[in-house]
Design a binder for this molecule. Structure first.
Ligand code: NDP
Length: 286
């Protein structure tokens, strides 16, 4: 039986699946197969980025699936080198071309560095013309998010940020809730790092529900209506990661998981000047 994935409604009325499939770090030559498998498993939200250099393969999988376009929710992201009014327009067109689509469901500013104001103003335009159903941001910490909201017309529909049991982002979540910005979690399994799958608290909770550690970690997010986009190249794990809508974590489970928060990124520190400088120099063939 195919899992029914719930939808959430974004601040502009667009509906988005609560759980989707991420393709970061899937090599281009494996992406088409992975996305075809994910669509077959029942995923309808696909999350890619110009910087992942696999948009073409995502596009091929979508075309091969034969699934009606309006049943899919496709997200891609604009990389730093393409920020600015004119270059954003061009980068958007190139992403659409690579994906083989005539519109995007969600277009995100990938990083809060460089001329993201120019990028945002450019993104506000085509969104009105209907070529992007929703626009949003990624990796915006509360100060940058508040700044962007305060000085622009459209409030981002989504902020996609690292969120998992070791980095829970409760203050970010509250700010986003206040402003009607949907919280989307990247790295919901902490990319498997920090002993994620062997964590004794998660393993114990998993045992009580007859579920896996991954399912507990994903359930913890979707139970807060945080959109999740786990990545796996293995069909068995794709199915496992979808199967999180037939049980509930208890108050006690939630309290035990709250204690796992380290309050720190496990992947990249967006406040580290050296990291910011490094990221600004990373270029892709977009
Ligand atoms: P995840 O937290 O989704 O972890 C993926 C890792 O977990 C892979 O090594 C995968 O291995 C493994 N895994 C997946 N499911 C299971 C399971 N059930 N049991 C055991 N291991 C499992 O990391 P990602 O960084 O990929 O995050 C998800 C998505 O978020 C990305 O693909 C991307 O779309 C987005 N993202 C966005 C970023 C941004 O800056 N906006 C940054 C990073 C990610 P295997 O494939 O071998 O199964």
């Amino acid at each position: 039986m195919t899992t029914q994935i719930p939808y959430v409604t974004l601040n502009n009325g667009v509906r988005m699946p609560l759980l989707g499939f991420g393709v970061f770090q899937i090599p281009d030559d494996q992406t088409q197969q992975a996305v075809e498998d994910a669509l077959e498993a029942g995923y309808r939200l696909i999350d890619t980025a110009a910087a992942y250099e696999n948009e073409r393969a995502v596009g091929r999988a979508i075309a091969a699936s034969g699934i009606p376009r309006d049943e899919l929710f496709v997200t891609t992201k604009l990389w730093i080198q393409d920020y600015g009014q004119d270059s954003t327009e061009r980068a958007f067109d190139r992403s659409l071309d690579r994906l083989g689509l005539d519109h995007l469901d969600l277009y995100l500013i990938h990083q809060p560095f460089g001329d993201y104001y120019g990028a945002w103003r450019a993104m506000e335009d085509p969104s009105r013309a209907g070529r992007i159903r929703a626009i949003g941001v990624s990796n915006f910490y509360p100060d940058r998010l508040a700044d962007l909201i305060t000085h622009n017309e459209i409030v981002p529909a989504v902020n996609q940020i690292e969120t998992h049991v070791f980095f829970q982002r409760t203050d970010d979540h509250e700010l986003m809730r206040e402003h009607g910005v949907r919280h989307e979690a990247w790295g919901p399994l902490s990319q498997g790092g920090q002993g994620f799958f062997d964590n004794p608290v998660l393993a114990d909770i998993a045992r009580t529900h007859g579920k896996s550690v991954a399912q507990i970690a994903l359930r913890w997010l979707v139970q807060q209506e945080i959109v999740v986009i786990p990545k796996s190249v293995r069909p068995q794990r794709m199915a496992e990661n979808l199967d999180v809508f037939d049980f509930q974590l208890t108050k006690d489970d939630m309290a035990r998981i709250a204690d796992l928060d380290t309050g720190r990124s496990q992947v990249f520190d967006h406040h580290d000047p050296a990291g910011v400088k490094w990221l600004g120099g990373v270029r892709f063939d977009t």
